[in-house]
Design a protein around this ligand. Structure first.
Ligand SMILES: [Zn+2]
Length: 373
């Protein structure tokens, strides 16, 4: 017949529902499709070309003829190659578009393989979740999430934060936060981004992927740079240990992973989940782990650790009625404070060089300090 023929399945007028196996070839710019009984011809200019099927692995060619519409599916790689290579020039662009869509999907699939694996194995995983507990399953899955997915969540949280409050991205306070933050994260696999929010609440939060936001109201409460360093170290520890991501997965479920894996960054499920992320309370265990890891980061950076405990104690001691927002998400029980003090007491004694910042200047540079807070 024709050496450059390709195979596929034809659907259309007069063909049984399951379609007919067919071979096809290009005759100039005309597509010729031959089933067992019939020969069909379609003018190239009338063809619609799309990637189709599960994972977009097929190419779908459809056209309208006098007796109705026809669709021809080509699936196998080899056949697809013959189909596209023999196609008339006028169809090159349409094929390129379909192939690009297939490649994009292929990349998403590659990246998402573990998620789809999880979906297929979902009944088993659910059983496992009941047998063990969901927390451990989430922790296990969270460790498998690529850093770039976390960064996308961080981007979403950052965009939502920008919409809600003004971020101060220069000046003495931002410089201090960035410099201390950099000292704490020099060994990290994350690319940290530091922000000061113009907000009088006493708060700070960390989003997955290394977005850290400190409120000016919190900086106004710090007596010296080391206290701020303690807060930053604690937040960095939450990022490094993926606590926010785990929180997110526990509240919003594995759909978040699916959304991330298929590249649906703007999906409402993910957007909603990211919006609530900064309000989620960390567990007691997560707080203790963040304190421990935060202390380690401080000490490694040569920053005195005691002020960290002082600052959390100061927050918990506040008797002016309102609970600092930070304590709503980072509960500082008496037990946690005792444990933090005990960890510090257990460190080998050493001299720490004080951080070189003009802290009065840092604080007075903030709008909230100027307002007399
Ligand atoms: Zn915390």
């Amino acid at each position: 017949m024709n050496a450059s023929a390709f195979h596929g399945r034809l659907f259309g007028a007069g063909i049984a529902g399951a379609g007919a196996g067919a071979r096809a070839w290009w005759d100039g710019s005309t597509l010729v499709v031959q089933t067992q009984n019939e020969l069909y011809r379609a003018d190239g200019a009338s063809l619609q070309i799309e990637a189709a099927g599960f994972n977009l692995r097929q190419l779908r060619l459809s056209w309208n003829a006098m007796d109705g519409s026809y669709t021809f599916f080509v699936e196998v790689d080899e056949d697809r190659t013959r189909l596209t290579s023999g196609a008339p020039d006028s169809l090159r662009q349409a094929f390129a578009r379909a192939t690009a869509a297939q490649r994009r999907m292929g990349r998403r699939f590659g990246a998402a393989a573990f998620v789809y694996g999880a979906v297929v194995a979902l009944p088993l995983l659910l059983l496992l979740a009941f047998l063990l507990n969901i927390g451990r399953l989430v922790d296990w899955a969270a460790e498998k999430v690529p850093v770039r997915y976390e960064e996308r969540i961080g981007d979403l949280v950052l965009a939502q934060t920008r919409a809600q409050m003004k971020l101060i991205e220069s000046g003495p306070a931002h410089e201090a936060v960035t410099a201390i933050g950099a000292a704490l994260t020099s060994d990290s696999r994350y690319r940290y981004r530091w922000f000061v929010a113009d907000n009088k609440e006493i708060n700070a939060f960390a989003a997955p992927g290394g977005v850290i936001v400190v409120y000016s109201g919190l900086i106004a409460q710090t007596a010296r740079a080391e206290e701020l360093a303690g807060v930053l170290a604690h937040e960095v520890a939450h990022v490094e240990q993926r606590h926010s991501l785990k929180n997110l997965m526990k509240t919003a479920g594995f759909s978040v992973l699916l959304a991330l894996a298929i590249g649906d960054w703007t999906g409402t499920a993910l957007g909603n989940a990211a919006g609530k992320l900064t309000e989620l309370k960390f567990s007691r265990d997560a707080e203790t782990d963040a304190d421990r890891e935060g202390l380690r980061l401080l000490v490694d950076a040569g920053i005195a650790p005691h002020p960290m405990a002082d600052f959390f104690a100061k927050l918990a001691d506040k008797e002016n009625g309102t609970l600092p927002s930070m304590l709503a998400t980072h509960p500082a029980s008496a037990e946690r404070q005792q444990r933090l003090r005990a960890m510090i007491a257990g460190l080998p004694s050493r001299q720490y060089t004080p951080l070189r910042f003009d802290w009065a200047q840092v604080r007075s540079s903030l709008p909230v300090a100027a307002a007399g807070q």
